[in-house]
Design a binder for this molecule. Sequence first.
Ligand code: ADP
Ligand code: MG
Length: 251
Amino acid sequence: MIRVDNLTMRFGGIRAIDDCSLNFAAGRITGLIGPNGAGKSTLFDVVAGGLVPTAGTVRLEGEDVTRLPAFARYRRGLHRTFQIAREFARLTVRENLMVAARGQSGEALAAALFKPGHVREEERAHRERACEVMDFLALTPLADAPAGTLSGGQKKLLELGRALMSPARIILLDEIGAGVNPTLLAQIAGHIRMLNEEGMTFAVIEHDMDFIAGLCDPVIVMAEGRVLVQGPMAEVRADRAVVEAYFGSAA
Ligand code: ADP
Ligand code: MG
């Protein structure tokens, strides 16, 4: 579904991504792990269109999208979440979901003000979809709560919900589990698995190895902007280079 070839992303003297090639296969939940600074979030930025790489190509279902803006990739079904959730604190959970859906329709001001039929129709569709998404994520009791009052874990759920409001067929999740309690994390894993069974493709950056082990196949280990190893979690865990990347050569 996503394929990057010989990707390099330089920031001044730093090579955040260094001649990296990998792919996220359709129908899979691919795990992306590696020490801090390995280039994982930067890779997501380049794949989603937030950054234009110094060199290399990004393909989405075979199409070269390296120079396509983020919104064009979004319309083609690619959605990413951010390590720091970007919800609107004063809007309610329901409003946050509806805004996420609206982001894509390129709504003109005049249309928003005068609400011709098709705009009203679209708004009703978004409202219905928001209800379904809240049901699915068990967020319905929080529908009218301002997003700023949610717990860290609930914000992550909302972040996933915003992805589900988009026309996504592949979702890139950047540390959706960070700061989330184990119960909620298990719930999030369940949601991801269920969505995957319905055909959604995922790429997941996460530090929690049990979360990755229970969810992802294959797992790609990045270090210093490159792919160190990839394969099923059991193989990756046993790999000497991986152990060294995480714990230093003393291990
Ligand atoms: P990870 O997500 O694996 O922890 P990042 O992709 O965030 O790693 O960072 C990879 C490297 O690129 C780090 O050395 C980081 O400091 C650097 N980096 C990331 N974004 C920028 C930026 N916008 N400007 C300069 N350096 C950056
Ligand atoms: Mg990161």
